[in-house]
Design a protein around this ligand. Structure first.
Ligand code: SF4
Length: 315
């Protein structure tokens, strides 16, 4: 049974830890007066942080903002311009989703970032976590949410360690309810969420939680009980689509990234054979042509590239 007293002890320990170890990303504690600009910076950074490491985001975030300093500027960008500015990030379709979200904010909300959860969720490309992050970090509106770090901490402390296969015993609904109750005991929502995220990446990490130095160890149900996930024991994994290239398995998603990267650097239109020769060292048109054509067609349907008379160029 979890009690309010437990929640406030949890909050106290975490806040104390945060005041000493704070390293949160600067844009999660913005002081600028313009609500829309704060929300825009949070949106860009949170979309970038999906599937890309913080160190890389910190560099590319600044470069992207020099190019697209506001939601209005981003809304006017072409596919080609945003894909070029996304260089180094991978998962290029995120750049188009971000531009489309900016377009919707300009066209349907007159360039003013909405604050209501339902309005934010109505914008394609903004999911529940990103909407909550915008509310918490840009508007200081308490909105419980679960990212991978928050889910892990709440589950371990109040419900125990994850299963050996890395899955959780409790579903997100139960965890979100607990996160809501804990948040009611917390201070400013943006500091509270930043504290949880930092704590999850520095102390209560996925594979090696530092239970011996953890301020929550006395109350945590998973303290010293987290075991190496089975995936770390080299069990066979189901493979994503891809193929062996020079003796190494390369997933199609890596080839997608290489194609976009090649077209970014190549102003002229390229044929399938040009692209094949640049993205795989064992290129053989007969053997690999069908496979590469499938990847190119998917990139065209995702609007990341364009095809004209059998030649390809950035979208
Ligand atoms: S005691 Fe260990 S498992 Fe529990 S919160 Fe601290 S680091 Fe995580």
């Amino acid at each position: 049974m979890r009690s309010r007293q437990q929640f406030s002890v949890f909050t106290e320990h975490l806040e104390h830890w945060f005041t000493r170890h704070k390293r949160s990303l600067p844009w999660r504690d913005l002081k600028m007066a313009d609500d829309t600009q704060r929300a825009y910076l949070i949106l860009v950074s949170e979309v970038m942080l999906q599937q890309t490491q913080v160190a890389r985001v910190e560099v590319i975030f600044k470069r992207f903002l020099r190019e697209f300093p506001s939601v209005d500027v981003l809304a006017k960008a072409s596919n080609r311009e945003v894909i070029l500015a996304w260089q180094g990030m991978g998962y290029n379709s995120r750049a188009l989703r971000l531009r489309d979200a900016a377009k919707k904010i300009v066209q349907e909300f007159h360039g003013v970032f909405p604050k209501k959860m339902e309005d934010l969720l109505a914008i394609k490309g903004i999911g529940a976590y990103t909407a909550a992050a915008i509310r918490n970090f840009a508007f200081d509106l308490p909105t419980p949410c679960l990212d991978t770090n928050i889910r892990r901490i709440i589950h371990r402390v109040f419900f125990g360690a994850e299963k050996r296969d890395g899955t959780w015993r409790m579903d997100d609904k139960a965890l979100l309810k607990t996160a809501t109750e804990v948040l009611e005991e917390g201070g400013e929502t943006r500091h509270w969420h930043a504290a949880l995220m930092d704590f999850g990446s520095l102390v209560c990490t996925k594979r090696s939680p530092k239970c011996n130095v953890c301020p929550l160890k006395k109350m945590c149900k998973a303290a010293f009980k987290v075991r190496s996930p089975l995936s770390a024991l080299r069990l066979p994994l189901s493979r994503e689509p891809g193929r062996e290239i020079a003796g190494r398995f390369v997933p199609n998603r890596i080839i997608r990234g290489r194609i976009v990267e090649y077209l970014r650097r190549t102003p002229k239109r390229s044929t399938l054979a040009d692209i094949g020769a640049h993205v795989c060292i064992d290129w053989d048109a007969k053997e690999h042509g069908g496979w590469l054509r499938g990847i190119l067609e998917k990139l065209v349907s995702d609007s990341l590239i364009k095809e004209k008379r059998g030649r390809f160029v950035l979208g």
